[in-house]
Design a protein around this ligand. Structure first.
Ligand SMILES: *Cc1c(COP(=O)(O)O)cnc(C)c1O
Length: 230
C-alpha cells in the first residue's frame, strides 16, 4: 500500500472512532481531502482509494490540476480566501465554495455561475476567533448575510464553515466549534434548512465531530506536511 493509502485509511478510522464516541453515524461525516501544494498524482492516489471530494485554496493553483484530472469524476471544493475580482474561475470550475464571508463575493459567484451547471453550493465562513482572524463574517452580521445569500438564484446555501485559531487544547477547540454549531442551529430554527457544518482539520477533527461537523477538511494528515504553510 502507498503512504497516501495508509494515511487516508488512518484518517477514515479517526473520523469513525470520533463519530462512534459521540453516538454519530460515521457516514454522516464527509471527508474533504485538501490538496493545496499536492500534485495531480497524489490526487490520483487518493482517488484510487475511493476519495472523490477534494479541496483547494487558490484558483490559480487549482485550475491546472482540475484540467489535468478531468478524466476522473471529482467534486472540487474551493476553501481558500476569496477576492471579488477573482471569482469567475471559481464559479465555473468548483462545485462548492466554503469561504464566502461577504455579500459582494456571493453576488458575483451567483452572477458568474454558468447556467448549464447546478447551483454552486455555499458555506458561509464565520469568524469565531475575533481579531486574530481577518476572514469570516462576524457572528453578529451572519443572519443578514444568510438572508441575502439564500435569495441568490444560482447559489445553494448549505451551511457554515469555520477555521478557529489553532490550539492543542481540546476543550478550547470544542468551545470554538460549539459557537459555530449554535449559530447553525439558530439559523435552522429560523427555517433556513442548512445541512452542512464544514469544520475540523488534521489537528482538531475529533473536536469538530463532537460538535456536529458534517464535513472535515483534512490535508497534512493524508498528504504529509506542506513545505510552507498556505
Ligand atoms: C489547508 C487547509 C485545511 C487543511 O489543513 P490541514 O491542517 O493540512 O489538515 C483545511 N481547511 C482550510 C481552509 C485550509 O486552508
Amino acid at each position: 500500500m502507498t503512504t497516501i493509502s495508509n494515511a487516508l485509511q488512518a484518517v477514515r478510522e479517526r473520523i469513525a472512532r470520533a463519530a462512534v464516541q459521540c453516538g454519530r453515524a460515521p457516514a454522516s461525516i464527509a471527508l474533504l481531502a485538501v490538496t493545496k501544494t499536492c500534485g495531480p498524482e497524489a490526487i490520483r492516489a487518493a482517488y484510487a482509494e475511493g476519495q472523490r471530494a477534494f479541496g483547494e485554496s487558490y484558483a490559480q493553483e487549482a485550475l491546472p490540476k482540475i484540467a489535468a484530472l478531468a478524466d476522473l469524476d471529482l467534486e472540487w471544493h474551493c476553501i481558500g480566501p476569496l477576492q471579488s475580482n477573482k471569482t469567475k474561475p471559481i464559479a465555473e470550475h468548483f462545485a462548492w465554495v466554503h469561504g464566502v464571508d461577504r455579500a459582494k463575493i456571493a453576488q458575483r459567484l451567483s452572477e458568474q455561475r454558468p447556467p448549464e451547471l447546478p447551483p454552486l453550493n455555499i458555506c458561509l465562513q464565520v469568524n469565531v476567533s475575533g481579531e486574530s482572524s481577518k476572514s469570516g463574517v462576524a457572528p453578529t452580521q451572519l443572519a443578514a448575510l444568510v438572508r441575502m445569500v439564500a435569495a441568490l438564484p444560482r447559489l445553494k446555501l448549505r451551511g457554515l464553515m469555520a477555521i478557529p485559531a489553532p490550539t492543542e487544547d481540546m476543550a478550547q477547540q470544542r468551545a470554538a466549534f460549539h459557537v459555530v454549531r449554535e449559530l447553525f442551529e439558530e439559523l435552522n430554527r429560523q427555517g433556513f434548512a442548512l445541512d452542512t457544518l464544514s469544520m475540523g482539520m488534521s489537528h482538531d477533527l475529533e473536536a469538530a465531530i463532537q460538535e456536529g461537523a458534517t464535513i472535515v477538511r483534512v490535508g497534512s494528515a493524508i498528504f504529509g506536511e506542506r513545505r510552507k504553510p498556505l
